[in-house]
Design a protein around this ligand. Structure first.
Ligand code: NI
Length: 174
């Protein structure tokens, strides 16, 4: 069990593009395990590999309710195939933008193609919180953050706040 440090806004690493995984091997499985440990420790309901500084197309998600049995999901090389016209609005947060939440509108239902931890190619039709979370995490693979879906004014405000906090952290470290 390894909990990895999280990359926090405005670190430019978060804007990097993640590369597809070529082979699902022991390294990839170990990385997915570490990502799940890091996500549960935070705690959060989703995490992309780039959030621990690794630009590979791996996501972990668990949208089970508090007190329910854990339902860890791993998506490798996920790709959205179809999206519904019907939208869904959810107040999103992100482990890389701690303690900031904003409403984001996304398609309510999506079909996604991905590879599982056994290297098997699968297709899933999902809705509800899982659909929202998957779209948020897939955005991370393209260097996109949920604050890119809110107004420019709000986005600039949150980036300014986190840039100032990062400078303060830097000053303390000297
Ligand atoms: Ni996020």
């Amino acid at each position: 069990m390894t909990i990895k440090p999280l990359i926090i806004l405005p670190d430019p690493v978060l804007r990097q593009l993640s590369k597809p995984v070529e082979t699902v091997d022991a390294d990839v499985r170990r990385l997915a395990d570490d990502m799940l440990d890091t996500m549960y420790d935070a705690p959060g309901i989703g995490l992309a590999a780039i959030q621990i500084g690794i630009p590979r197309q791996i996501l972990v998600i668990d949208v089970s309710k508090d007190g329910e049995e854990k339902q860890p999901l791993v998506f490798i090389n996920p790709k959205v195939l179809t999206t519904s016209d019907e939208p869904s609005v959810y107040e999103e947060g992100c482990l890389s933008i701690p303690d900031y939440y904003a409403e984001v509108e996304r398609p309510a239902e999506i079909t996604v193609e991905y590879i599982d931890l056994e290297g098997k190619k699968l297709t899933a039709k999902v809705d509800g919180l899982l659909a929202t979370c998957l779209q948020h995490e897939i955005d991370h693979l393209n260097g996109v953050l949920f604050i890119d879906h809110i107004s420019k004014l709000k986005r600039e405000m949150v980036i300014r706040k986190f840039t100032k906090a990062a400078k303060t952290r830097g000053a303390k470290a000297i």
